[in-house]
Design a binder for this molecule. Structure first.
Ligand SMILES: NC(=O)C1=CN([C@@H]2O[C@H](COP(=O)(O)OP(=O)(O)OC[C@H]3O[C@@H](n4cnc5c(N)ncnc54)[C@H](O)[C@@H]3O)[C@@H](O)[C@H]2O)C=CC1
Ligand SMILES: O=C(O)[C@@H]1CCC=N1
Length: 274
């Protein structure tokens, strides 16, 4: 019996599969995807197993991560019930983990209508940076007090990045900041690089300088514990060039745009769960 199965090996599932293979070893990981060749190619690359179908992945592992789109989750989960019941009948208990944005544990339980036992269900909200161990992830058991399940998931995701336990009531907000966040940051990096190119830098250099600057600034926030506003002030020499750039960002609504991006994604997460 392997420790982790992943159903769906797309952008996010694939990133978690990479992280899990590093943390617990590829011999402990089995993956399945509707597009079988996709799972097989990733399994061949990482040295883990590719299951013939979703039920085989369920049969083969203790913790099953559902990494499909919210729109297909109910059908995928319902189709797993016969395999989950058969496993339970043999005395093999399983834990289900969903990474779907917006879908609550109670809704997931509703998708498993014909299940014959009280299967533990957890949620993880990852981001794609987990692929290289730099993710920001949230984990919840919905207040069930399932310490063993939480610990099992943490062990599988030990090399995905920073994993924090949060209440389920904060998952949609977390998703809007950290799940979606990499996309906003990539837009900013691209825009910084565009500015650099406009000012005369070669594209490749501009991109490296922009990305390394984001990395350094993020590390300064985390490692110094200083407020971002203070760190910003430390860059702005009186009468210098940075404050002119900061004023231009303010004039064009930069911070307001970022806040609105998070609020728009938050609203959409709530919609995805309905
Ligand atoms: N992409 C991201 O940055 C993040 C995504 N998520 C969540 O991750 C989940 C997956 O999203 P992505 O990886 O972006 O989507 P994706 O489209 O890249 O991957 C989904 C995978 O599921 C497979 N699939 C579809 N139907 C299936 C079925 N019946 N059985 C098995 N596999 C099936 C597809 O072939 C595809 O490989 C979503 O629920 C999303 O909310 C969460 C956090 C971040
Ligand atoms: O765009 C989405 O719906 C997913 C959820 C968080 C990141 N990607």
């Amino acid at each position: 019996m392997r420790r982790a199965a992943f159903i769906g090996s797309g952008n996010m599932g694939g990133a978690l599969i990479r992280a899990a293979c590093r943390a617990i070893g590829p011999e402990q990981v089995i993956i399945a995807d509707y597009a079988r060749e996709k799972a097989e190619a990733l399994a061949a690359e990482l040295g883990c197993a590719a299951a013939a179908d979703n039920a085989a992945a369920v049969e083969g592992a203790e913790v099953i991560f559902l990494c499909v789109k919210p729109q297909v989750l109910s059908g995928v989960a319902a189709a797993l019930v016969p395999a989950l019941n058969a496993c339970h009948g043999r005395g093999e208990d399983k834990t289900l983990v969903s990474i779907a944005a917006g879908v609550e544990i109670a809704a997931l339980r509703g998708f498993l209508q014909d299940i014959s036992w009280d299967i533990p269900i957890l949620r993880v909200m990852p981001n794609t940076c987990a692929a290289i161990g730099k993710g920001m992830l949230a984990l919840t058991d919905g207040g069930a007090g399932n310490e063993a399940g939480l610990a099992a998931v943490e062990a599988i995701l030990a090399d995905a990045g920073r994993v924090e336990r949060i209440s389920e009531g904060l998952m949609d907000q977390f998703t809007a900041v950290a799940g979606c966040g990499p996309a906003y940051v990539y837009q900013f990096i691209e825009a910084l690089a565009d500015g650099g190119v406009m000012a005369g830098l070669p594209r490749a250099q501009a991109q490296t300088y922009a990305a390394q600057t984001l990395l350094g600034a993020a590390a300064m926030v985390l490692e110094t514990g200083k407020h971002p506003g203070q760190l910003k002030d430390e860059v702005c020499s009186p009468g210098g060039s940075t404050i002119v750039g900061v004023a231009a960002l303010e004039e064009h609504g930069f911070r307001s745009a970022a806040i609105q991006a998070v609020m728009a994604a938050f609203a959409k997460n709530k919609e995805l769960g309905k």
